[in-house]
Write a protein that binds this ligand. Structure first.
Ligand code: 5GP
Length: 120
């Protein structure tokens, strides 16, 4: 585990409806919304609804149903956004070296332009 979950993080506030977001998808397991500072023409964040800091505690502690639901939601959003044929990129930053800024697990979904070999 990285750190205890902090209920005041910005994505927890979005999940509670305390802060707005440009929502693109929601189901019982996941919420997807546009990144406030997009790095590509399509830049969507997909987050699980449970209280998980990162990929680390999510993969270790979440139920199989929560993990499956989250991964299915990421794929569904990519298809709904028309990203599959041109291609896209998934990214999850974890912890300090991963430059994770918001301590609620999120997968970045980038697309809409050729992305190059890697994001630095
Ligand atoms: P990280 O570095 O933690 O992987 O990425 C956090 C992402 O969350 C950044 O791309 C940042 O632009 C985005 N972000 C931070 N605060 C907000 C917010 O209040 N709303 C939205 N939609 N995105 C946010």
């Amino acid at each position: 585990a990285t750190q205890p979950y902090d209920d005041t993080n910005v994505f927890a506030r979005i999940l509670r409806g305390e802060l707005p977001c440009r929502r693109v998808y929601e189901d019982e397991h996941a919420l997807a919304f546009h990144d406030i500072n997009p790095q590509a023409p399509t830049h969507i964040l997909v987050i699980p609804k449970g209280r998980y800091v990162s990929w680390d505690d999510f993969s270790a502690q979440a139920s199989d149903a929560a993990i499956a639901g989250f991964i299915r939601a990421v794929g569904l959003v990519a298809r709904e956004q028309g990203l599959v044929a041109p291609g896209y990129r998934l990214l999850a930053n974890v912890g300090q070296h991963g430059h994770q800024e918001v301590p609620h697990l999120h997968v970045h979904l980038f697309g809409g332009r050729p992305l190059g070999p890697m994001l630095a």
